[in-house]
Design a protein. Sequence first.
Length: 136
Amino acid sequence: MAKPDGATPPDAPTKRAAPERVAAFKTGLSAETRAAAFLMAKGYRILAKRFKTPYGEIDIVAKKRNLIAFIEVKARARLDDAAHAVTPRQQGRIIDAAQAWLMAHPEHAEFELRFDAILIAPRRLPRHLLAAFDAS
């Protein structure tokens, strides 16, 4: 924030995010919005979006009957490329983040749990991969 004399205070952020990072962030938000709408059309109720933990982030937490689905959303130019984008390291972080979510929401601890992925590509319907990976 500028001071009345036009000078920038020393603690003001002066760096801007790289344009490619801004574009990736916007693409991710758009993909997550599409994925949430797709899930709602399939009868899921969205419980959380972009749930952040010290371990990582869960893109979407959704509920359908007695199931809680932790969903990773991947957007790529092609659906096949998106399918390969959920790495084993990322899966571990999502599993750890899901445990943190369950600690914060113990009322859902007895529900069936599943780790899904939703793949997003331009001019394609989203692809929902049920049980894309497991916690074992």
